[in-house]
Design a protein around this ligand. Structure first.
Ligand SMILES: Cc1cc2nc3c(=O)[nH]c(=O)nc-3n(C[C@H](O)[C@H](O)[C@H](O)COP(=O)(O)O)c2cc1C
Ligand SMILES: CCCCC(=O)C(=O)O
Length: 366
């Protein structure tokens, strides 16, 4: 067996470069791209780097406890795996490898509706503890209902309703490459239905199958067909956060879909504090988009997030080393967060708050 040097990688970027070398161009571009000019894609990371962390000193940080809990799920540290479609393009084991890595690191994943491993197969692999299920609402409500009820019956713990995809954002590389699901792979939740193939590309698929007429009323419909907690994913406006809470959602994921939908939307970390303020403790707020460092996780928590999710870094880990690659990605972020908390002077998640973020206006009157 050839030597896999990814165990020596020291950061997430190295995984990205290695994945780019290894994956077919069409697959890498699909995973990596943002929409249009990719302004938001850059901003998701850049805004994190503009936020400054203010360390406190002479605090006993010989023990740092990163454990937390989100909607009843225990996490060894406040990071979860975001739903990403079609993981078998990255590695033949796909979604089950991702689940195993998450499980071994004490965290949890959300399975995409558009997965290359079925709801049932993942749950079987996960001994009935598969995590959360991400829902796209199909125009055909019988199909949608079927997905939700299968997920509920077989042990998923929440429905993550994605609300930012009435149509697919335009990712230009996918047009150039004629992106499609490679031969031999299927969207396994739809087994033999025509729905299982993405022959004509993803944009056409979404335009034909996904319900672009979805409104808040449909959230009430979703609540009527399942007892599972409902998490809305893709909220960016504080106004929408307010509406979501009014509709009784169990959590909100602040997300711009990894900058793959509306380009020039703000970064997620920029809007997070305003959403946290609007929600005012009425439900947990999770953030995803551009998290690549332990310090990013610390900043998101300092701005009021309960946890963060990562999308692409997991795909890079999967591409480079399957389950072990994903484990290495997760443990890098785990160790970075632990060190960053210690250096900032916090020893538990509950001690993280906005005083960690440098804001000179707080000190001008001192
Ligand atoms: C290749 C890819 C596929 C994705 N597929 C889905 C999906 O099926 N459902 C969904 O709700 N979000 C999907 N997302 C969005 C992610 O859940 C998440 O919001 C985003 O990747 C977070 O940003 P990050 O990649 O910078 O960590 C996808 C993102 C990527 C990059
Ligand atoms: C219906 C969307 C397909 C997967 C996805 O979410 C993405 O490519 O960003």
């Amino acid at each position: 067996m050839s030597h896999n040097n990814y165990q020596d990688f020291v950061n997430i970027d190295e995984f990205k470069y290695a994945a780019e070398k290894k994956l077919p161009r069409m697959v890498y571009d699909y995973y990596a791209s943002g929409s249009f000019d990719q302004i938001t894609l850059a901003e998701n990371q850049n805004y994190f780097s503009r936020i400054k962390l203010l360390p406190r000193c002479l605090i006993d940080v010989s023990n740092v406890d990163m454990r937390t809990n989100v909607l009843g799920i225990d996490l060894s540290f406040p990071l979860m795996i975001a739903p990403t479609a079609m993981q078998k393009m990255a590695h033949p084991v796909g979604e089950t490898a991702t689940w195993s890595a998450a499980n071994e690191l004490g965290t949890s994943m959300t399975l995409s509706s558009l997965s290359t491993t079925s709801i049932e197969e993942l749950s079987k692999h996960a001994n009935g503890n598969p995590g959360w299920f991400q829902l796209y609402v199909f125009k055909d409500r019988a199909i949608t209902k079927n997905l939700v009820q299968r997920a509920e019956q077989i042990g998923y713990k929440a429905i993550v309703l994605t609300v930012d995809t009435p149509y697919l954002g335009r990712r230009e590389a996918d047009y150039r490459n004629g992106f499609r699901l490679p031969h031999g792979l299927k969207l396994q939740n739809f087994s033999d239905l025509p729905l299982a193939d993405v022959e004509g590309g993803l944009n056409a698929y979404v335009a034909t199958m996904i319900d672009s007429s979805l409104t808040w009323k449909d959230l009430d419909w979703l609540k009527s067909i399942t007892k599972l907690p409902i998490i809305v994913k893709g909220v960016m406006s504080p106004r929408d956060a307010e509406i979501a809470v009014t509709h009784g959602v169990d959590a909100i994921i602040v997300s711009n879909h990894g900058a793959r939908q509306l380009d020039t939307a703000p970064s997620t970390i920029e809007v997070l504090p305003y959403i946290v303020k609007a929600v005012n403790g009425r439900c947990p707020v999770i953030l995803d988009g551009g998290v690549r460092r332990g310090t990013d996780i610390l900043k998101a928590l300092a701005c009021g997030a309960k946890a963060v999710m990562i999308g692409r870094p997991v795909l890079w880990g999967l591409a480079v080393g399957g389950k072990d690659g994903v484990k290495r990605v997760l443990s890098l972020l785990h160790d970075e967060l632990k060190l960053s908390m210690a250096l900032a002077g916090v020893k538990s998640i509950s001690q993280i708050n906005k005083s960690l973020i440098w804001d000179p206006s707080e000190y001008t009157k001192l």
